[in-house]
Every structure is written in structure tokens, then in C-alpha cells.
Design a protein around this ligand. Sequence first.
Ligand SMILES: Cc1ncc(COP(=O)(O)O)c(C=O)c1O
Length: 378
Amino acid sequence: MLAIDGGPPSVDSEPFQWPFASEAIRNAVSEAMSDGSWGQYDGRWTRQLIELLKHNFQTAEAMLCSSGTIAVELALRGAGVPQDSEVILAGYDFPGNFRAIEAIGARPVLVDVVANGWVLCAEQLADALTPQTSAVIVSHLHGQIADLNQIQSVISEHNLNSQQKVVIIEDACQVPGGQLRGKPLGSFCDVSALSFGGSKLLSAGRGGAILTNRSDILQRAKIFAHRGNDAFPMCQLQAATLCPQFETLPEMTEVRHRKACRLIESTSSLDELVGLNQIVDETIPAYYKIPWLLKDRTPGWSRSELVNALKAEGLPVGEGFRGFLRRSPRRCRKTGTLVNSQIASQQTIVLHHPVLLESEDTLELVAAAIHKVVTNSR
Ligand SMILES: Cc1ncc(COP(=O)(O)O)c(C=O)c1O
């Protein structure tokens, strides 16, 4: 019997705890407390974190801030995106990215995501570009890696013939540790954003950063953030919790990747679900969420019923983002049909990443629970 009908849950949800304070993290925090550095605005931990970010993401510059949400806004401001210009983003994306564009006085322009996926479609990008376009925000979402090479070539071609040069902002908030063709995600574009929120793969409870190779971008972002003091700061204790996490990130990324592939494979026989397909080769994705699309017109349960039944089985699942299709045309320009973004907004189910660091046995229980619920919903 399904747990939602009164049966026992398939999985004990106790194991899925995140973040966990390893001994190295506890030691760093305790050191920060005992040497007095925790009280400083600019101290050894924030400085060390900036160096670790530059080293691990292979960028010339890094700036810390208070969240991924503000990191995207600082990236836009650092890139010098003019008011009243157009900024392109996917019709399905983190809601704060739309708001960041509005916050700087620019106008969001929606481009569809790839079919059966969650990331901006490079083919549809060219049609959305106008002389007013100043930037594109490209997010890697739910373990799917955007086709940055293709996006970059579309933008380079546009920039050859345009006075207003378009910058690309890579939203890498969900993918620290991931790589594309041997290069770290977050290092590809003019500027990128990271989040260190409580649920994230690198976590300080709160926090964020921007990464760039362009000193002018860093300079403008710093000037905006500086109001006599840093207006969007990260403190030494946050930085102290993050520094040791770079040691374990490569191994955790590898384990998550391996287990995500197994989980996606083990649910691929289910007619009701479409699993994740990478659209680029040679990627080591980072999995903040593992996504599925509930197939359209499947008889049986709605998405929310399915999510509730999976939650009752003990799985940490959710519905993904709401997307921007319903946003008023006064607030944004919509290009193409945005049909894939609509599907992503209405049909996505995501499983939270801590599952991927659990034992093989637990992972099998998770896969079995998905099978049980999905086949019972028919
Ligand atoms: C793609 C993406 N961008 C930005 C953010 C914002 O990060 P934060 O929660 O640190 O503000 C998130 C958070 O979930 C995200 O998933």
C-alpha cells in the first residue's frame, strides 16, 4: 500500500540531512572563534575563500556577497547593463533572475528552454536578440548543463554587427564542482554567479559570489556594493564554513554524478516520466536537484498529487520553478511559443541532492519508491 494511503513509508527520511557539519568545518569555525578572526569585516577566511574560488573556478577575480540572488544582480550591474535595455533569460528559470533584471531597470526577454529540458535553447536565442539586447542570463538547472559553446557563438556573431555588445552571465548557483569539457562551470562567460545558500552544494547557510576574468566588471560590482561599508557582505564565519568544502567537492561531485546517472537510468522504463538528457557532451554535471518531467496527458495523478505521494514515501521532492509564462507582457517580452518552458513549469518534479550521497541500498529504495508511486497512479 502507498504511504499516502496509510502504508509504511518506503524510505526513512532521516538520512537526507543537508548540509552536514564535517569535522573540518567544525574545526574551521572553532579556529575562527578562538583566534578572534570571526569579528573582522575583512579577515583571513574571506580572503582565503576568494583565493579558493579563483583557483577552483580558474577565474582572475572573485567577489563575495550575501546570496546567489544578489550575485546575479551584481553580475548585471558589474557588466554595465544599461537601464531600459533588454536582458534575455529562459522562460523557466529561478524567479530571482527575472527580478534582478527588473531591479536594474532593464526589461526581461523570455526565450524558450530546450525540448524536454530546463536550460535556455541556443537555437532560439538568435531570434530574440535585438539592438537593445545588453545581456543574456544562462542558468544550468536541475543537473542539465546549458550549451555554452553554442550560446557563445550566437552572441559573438551578434556582437560583430551590433554597437551594443551583449554580455553573457552564467548562473552557476546550482552547479559548483561541475565541468564542461574539462573546464569548471562558472568560468565560461563574462561573469558568473554562485550561491552558498543552506541547501546548496557549497553551503554556508547563506552567501554568494561573482566570478569574472574582467577587472572592469569586478570594479563596477564593488562600487555598487560599497556604501561606506559592504552592503551585501559575507562574514568570516560563513567563509570559514565554506573553505574546507573545496577539499571534498570533487569527490562529492563524482559520487553524485554516478548515483544520479543510476537513478535516472533506473526510472527510464517508466512511461509516465521523462528523465534528464544532457544536451552537451563531455560534461561532469553537478546535481543540486535530479529532475523528471511528468508526461503530458498521462492518465492518473496530477503533478501535485504525485509529489505528495512521493513525499509520503519519505522522498525529498518538489515541483521545480513556476516559470515566467504568466508574467504580464507589460513586464517582459516573450519570444516564440515558449512551449517547452510551459511544459517545464507545469510538469517538473525534482528530487533534492542529499539522496545522492546515501548508500546504494537507500538509492535502490528511492528508485523503488518512485516506481511504486508512479505505477500506482495510473
Ligand atoms: C539557479 C539559481 N540562481 C540563483 C539562486 C539564488 O540563490 P540564493 O538562494 O543564494 O539567493 C538560486 C537558488 O536556488 C538558483 O537555483
